[in-house]
Structure formats: structure tokens, C-alpha cells
Design a protein around this ligand. Sequence first.
Ligand code: NA7
Length: 536
Amino acid sequence: MNAQSSPSQCDAVVVGAGFAGLYQTHLLTKAGYTVRAIEKAPDVGGTWYWNRYPGARCDIESLTYSYSFDEELQRTWKWPQKYAEQPDILRYIQHVADRFDLRKHFTFGTTVESAHFDEKANRWRIRTSGGEELSSQFLVMASGCLSVPLEPRFKGLEKYKGPTYRTSRWPHEGVDFTGKRVAMIGTGSSSIQATPLVAKQAAHLHVFQRTPQFAIPAWNRHYTDEEIKQAHESYDEIRRLARQSEVGISYEAPSIGAKEADKESLRKQLEFAWQRGGYLMLAAYPDLVTDIESNSIVSEWVKEKIRARIKDPDTARRLMPQYPMGAKRLCVDTDYFETFNRDNVTLVDLRDSGIQEFTEKGIRLENGTEYEFDAVVFALGFDAMTGALNAVDIRGRGGLLLRDKWKDGAKNYLGVSTAGFPNLFIITGPGSPSVLYNMVASIEQNCEFTAQTIDYVRKNGYATIEAKPREEKAWSQYVDWISKQTIYTKVKSWYTGGNVGGKHVAFMPYAGGGLTYFEYTRQVVDNGYRGFKLAA
Ligand code: NA7
């Protein structure tokens, strides 16, 4: 069946062909439902389709950052590296699409422009950029947490004559910076991955930094054949251990907090965590996101490690983060700080003087300093968590627009549902562990919950299911309360929406841990969908 010629009446419309959209489509079609899946890109991949900048790779180890739902799939796929790079992750997603024959359900190169709930018919009326009108009982938004890039909005940008690139929309043929004077704007995870590689090519690279970031070495390497063989044989155990953790990744950590540890055991444990590398530095002690004192001990230790990587003391001082480690997404790097030891790399600290404007040839700072560039790279981040949902004209009961409902905060129930929008499911939405958990595992859980719920609704003869306002209020207050017990609310970040001008600022993911969330959703199901209203 070709999606283009498939019916405009279906059981479910799924939006997105990333990890979430593919798995949701697989689950629903396997259960016998008709699905129309819509994807903006010309092919599968989601975030891994778009983010092709040099050095783009996952910050969670590949053996964990992969689907667990199919034994054969996980026992046959060979990840080449500890942290898979974008081409390998994309190859994996394409392989999954082929293996489960999923492309036939998708219409690619097409955007969902609007989705209105028809209260008389109890169906979603969906309009696409291809001019199609679809009618569906369920709508599943699997449109991603980091899929709407922030546009560069600098004064005079239109005057600049050289080429500009965005990390999140990198040319497929790549970019050759050899012999070029390049500007990199932004120092988040994307820039931290791209900077060392761009620096190796460019004649000179200027990195424009507004906020210095924490980054922990990935110590990335190729897996040996023996390691892969062992992983294939012990995948059940790998997944079991991952599922026991609150973040969906297995790791070892002491049971006491950092501030309770004596000097010697603290040093040993932090060295161990540093050598393990990557995002798990944040799990060196169990209280690093909840206890500011413990966080501060570890943050200072990490800063010393960072300082030792940079030769020039003034550059080192400027690269030193000033917030609790992990409050902004912890970055994972390969040679980022060492890159500033190169003669052809200059750090421009925007805290001294901000960008005034772009000129024909480059950038002028507020203090009058001018730079000339042959190319500019923007690594400015995303309108995270709610960006892709608010981009669509989604209207629920009474014509209520989702982005209006959410203008003072993304109220939701369990992250998957929002009151007044019947039969709408959001995969890894605000209010779910999503980006604080191993993303693929959190996607699998949300997709399975959605498929199970759709099945429940259909098999019990209901027409609609929707969150009750009272439970939504309680859940949203709980999510907010938990976030206030953590370091996450201490700084502006994409977690809070503070990186987007005019966006309501509140920490969006559920910070209470995956285990607690999964148990809670299990109980909701076991109690006949407690907190949801079901109607015939
Ligand atoms: P991030 O982590 O949001 O980083 C964006 C960077 O761009 C960050 O350093 C921002 O500084 C900077 N930025 C944004 N706007 C400007 C302007 N106008 N001027 C100067 N600098 C600016 O996005 P990434 O794409 O790097 O990573 C997103 C996630 O993707 C990452 O966490 C991984 O989970 C995968 P700021 O910190 O706001 O001062």
C-alpha cells in the first residue's frame, strides 16, 4: 500500500518518522489499525535526518540508545562505536523502517498544518500541506522534543554576503571549510560537537559564546567484535539493568550523596565517573540534581578538570561554566576544550560585548569590534518540547487552540494527554520523563501506552478518551513541584523554555524519574484509566 493512495479515513494519524513515529506506526499497524503517518522530511530519521553537522552524535551509549522491542533486531544490529554518529543512527532507523516495512504507511515531504477535533463525529479532521483532508479517530503527535530550530534573528543578517549554515539543517553534501574564516555562534551541545571538527578544517574559527557550558569527555571509541558479540548475548541483562535505573541507562553509583562522602572516596568516585565519561557524570552521586551543595562539590571538581584541558588561563576562565552542572543539558565532548589551544581558534566572549549586528562581511560587536568571515554557522538550539506541537493548528473541544491553552504552561496529564483534546496522544510530551530518560526507551514506553490505550478504547466500544481537568491540574502541579526540588529550575535552558523569547518559563519534563513515572502509568491503566474520561 502506498500512503499516497491510501484512504483519507483511518484509525490513527501519526505525525513524525523519527524513533517515536516509526515505533507507534509499527505497533498500531501490527494490531490491525489503519494508520496514515505524515512526515515533513523526505524520509525517515526525525532529528537524525536533519542534524547532519560535523561531529553530530548521540550523547547516550549506542547499545542503550536503540530499540529494545525486537529480539532479532537488537541481536543482529552492530553498532560500530560507543557513541554512534549521526550517519550510523540514521542507517539504523532506515534499517528499522525496511525491516518492519514501515515506509508504506508514510507520506513524506508533507506537513500536518491543522488538526481539528470534530465533536459531532468524535474524529480528528487533519489537513496536510499536500492539500489532503484526513479523518481519523486518533491523533498521535510523535513530532519530537527538539525538532523546531531557533531562527537566527540578528540585526543586519540580510546584509551579510557569505554563506550561513544551521547545525540543525546541515547540507547533505557537507561543507568544506578549508581555508575559510568561520564564525560559530552558540556553544550548546551541537556547537560543542561541531567546533573541534570545523576548527581542523578552517583557516580560522571564532566561537561566539554567550554562556559557557559543562562538557564531559565521551572517550568515544570503536567497539571490538568481542564486545559486540558479548552485548548481543547479554542484551536481556543490559536492558534489565537499564530499566532498573531512573534514567533508563545502567550505571554504578554509590548510595550516599556527594556531600556525605569523605575526601578520598569522593576523589576516587569522581575519577571513576570521569573515566567512564559522558552524561553519566551527572549520576556520579544520586543527589546531584536534587542537592545544590552536593552539586556544587562535583561542579567545582569538574571545572578543575576542564581548566586543566585549556592552556591559556584567560580563555580557561571564560570557558568556565557558572551554573550547577546538569541544570542545562550536560554536553558530551571530544576535544572541545582542547580546541581552544589551537592557534587558529579564538573564543569571543559575548558577556564582554554582545553582537550588535551583521555587516556585509561579518559581525560587529556592541563595543565596535568588527570581524570578517567567509562563512557563519548558527548552533542556536531549539524551541524544545512544545515547539513542534504549537507549530500545528491543533484545536480541541470548543475550537480551543492548543498553543492558546498552553500559553501559560503546557498543562497535561502524564505528558501524553491534555484535557479538552480527546483522542490526542503526545509521545514524550512535556510532563513525561522524555529527555531526562534514555530517549528511545521513553519513546517505547509512551508508544506502548498509547497503543494499549487505543486498543482499550476500541475494544470497549468507547468513542473517546481524554484527560480529566482535575487530574491534569494535579499532575501538572506535581511535575512543577518536583522540578522545584531540583537544580533544573536554577538557570535558563531549553528544558524550561527560557531560551525562547516570550515563551512561558517552567521546567517541562517530569523530573521524578522513569521508574516512578512508569509505575504511575501502570497504575493508571490497572485502575481502568484513572484520571481519564472515557465516553461511548
Ligand atoms: P542549545 O543547547 O540550546 O545551545 C544553543 C546555544 O546557542 C547556546 O549556547 C545559546 O546560548 C546559544 N545562543 C542562542 N541564541 C543565541 C544568540 N542570539 N546569540 C548568541 N548565542 C545564542 O542547543 P543545541 O542544538 O546545541 O543542543 C540542543 C540539544 O540537542 C542538546 O542539549 C542535546 O540534547 C541534543 P545560551 O546558553 O542560551 O546563552
